[in-house]
Design a protein around this ligand. Structure first.
Ligand code: ATP
Ligand code: MG
Length: 397
């Protein structure tokens, strides 16, 4: 049986504002799309601000979910490309309409047309009028509304004629990978998956790292983190998860510190370990889900302290958001329902009743050094590097 070819017009987001290095961003975008539809012989054509994707025998749902999770895409539409004759263009308009789900057809429409090839014998205005008449004859119940139409049918006459309707929204942003690679500190909570998503939207590829305090935190807690990482990895190609065996470090801190210092010392150790792991996997920054004043370890003084444990830049994209705003985003991304599953995180289990909220940096740094965690930190880093979990395969909990 003959395979059929499907064409999609992809509208680029912020990439269009790029100057000379625009090619670099477009190459990343094509690569990211290609990975998602690799089984369907993807091919690309770039035409003056437009990116076209061709696939073979690929169901719309697969292309749609691939493009909706690829940063750098503003929108996309199924399209047809036909010979540059008026008859072919009008037939294509009707063909696209008949193959578009009925619910997309409400009551009003508009035609837009662009004639990049000025040798085409009809003006843009004439193309619009002829296509509009054709639609009205075949669909007498719908009306023209040029100001606020339910559906827009676009016709572009270039090397061939391209016709497309019903634009679907993409996630916007910039292609993942164009901003380099970072390491996301991913807990099982609501915030950190959202933080990873937001940094990916700015083009940062990320691997994730989870600090696991087994048996104080359960296998279910780890399973939940894997699931969250898998959801976020839909947006971040080739994301891996690393699991830090954190129990020895955590217990050593508990044995050798005052109650109220415990959380901050633990966070200090996390940042130290994350720096070392990042270094080994060539990640150039850390990402956390911290928001200013959300909890004791996220006051200005506490953040200054944890910052001082890091040689790497720490991105905190949620810093100015309140919890409601973060929850709204988590629901939209699809991580919220997993984040609220009840398995405890180590921070909660070991957290003191009255944690410090305004730590003195010098005092806490000294307390950390006194514990002499270095050998344990090195061991934890070495073990972590053997725990790489590839997230390209779906994870079941
Ligand atoms: P989340 O912020 O993910 O909802 P949380 O609010 O319970 O979880 P906090 O204690 O506020 O987590 O920690 C702040 C940030 O530190 C998290 O957003 C995450 O980036 C990082 N973090 C905390 N615990 C862990 C952990 N066990 N493994 C990896 N990162 C962690
Ligand atoms: Mg938090």
């Amino acid at each position: 049986m003959n395979k059929t070819d499907q064409l999609y017009l992809i509208k680029l987001g912020e990439i269009v504002l790029k100057g000379e290095n625009r090619n670099f961003f477009e190459r990343k975008l094509r690569k990211n799309i290609k990975k998602k539809v690799s089984s369907y012989s993807p091919r690309f054509v770039t035409q003056k601000g437009r990116l076209f994707l061709r696939v073979l025998d690929c169901p719309f749902e697969i292309v749609s979910s691939a493009l909706k999770t690829t940063f750098g895409i503003q929108g996309f539409s199924p399209a047809l490309s036909v010979n540059k004759t008026l008859d072919d263009i009008l037939n294509a308009v009707l063909k696209l309409m008949s193959s578009t789900p009925k619910e997309k057809w409400k009551t009003t429409f508009k035609i837009t047309s662009r004639r990049a090839d000025k040798s085409f014998p009809f003006s843009s205005y004439e193309i619009c009028c002829k296509a509009g008449d054709t639609v009205l004859q075949s669909y007498p119940n719908i009306k023209v509304d040029v100001h606020n139409p339910d559906t827009t049918i676009s016709i572009e006459v270039r090397d061939r004629a391209y016709i497309y309707i019903s634009s679907e929204k993409g996630p916007g942003g910039l292609p993942v990978g164009c901003a380099g690679k970072g390491l996301l500190l991913l807990s099982g909570g609501i915030d950190s998956p959202v933080a990873g998503f937001l940094m990916a939207k700015r083009g940062l590829r990320q691997n994730a790292i989870y600090f696991h305090t087994y048996p104080y935190t359960s296998d279910e807690a780890l399973g939940k983190v894997k699931k969250l990482a898998a959801i976020v990895s839909e947006y971040i190609p080739e994301m891996n998860l690393y699991v830090v065996p954190f129990t020895a470090v955590q217990l050593e801190i508990n044995r050798n510190s005052h109650d109220e210092e415990r959380t901050l010392l633990m966070r200090y150790a996390m940042v130290k370990i994350a720096n070392r792991v990042a270094d080994k996997i060539y990640a150039k920054c850390l990402v956390t889900g911290e928001a200013l004043s959300q909890v004791a370890s996220q006051t200005l003084e506490s953040l200054i302290l944890t910052d001082s444990a890091s040689d790497l830049l720490i991105f905190r994209p949620l810093i100015g958001l309140d919890k409601e705003e973060i929850i709204t985003k988590a629901k939209r991304i699809g991580t919220y329902e997993t984040s609220i599953l009840p398995y405890e995180d180590c921070c909660t289990i070991f957290s003191p009743e009255h944690p410090l909220v305004k730590p003195e940096k010098a005092k806490l740094t000294e307390a950390y050094q006194k514990i002499n965690l270095e050998p344990m930190v090195l061991e934890a880093v070495a073990e972590t590097l053997n725990t790489k979990i590839k997230l390209s395969e779906k994870v079941e909990v």
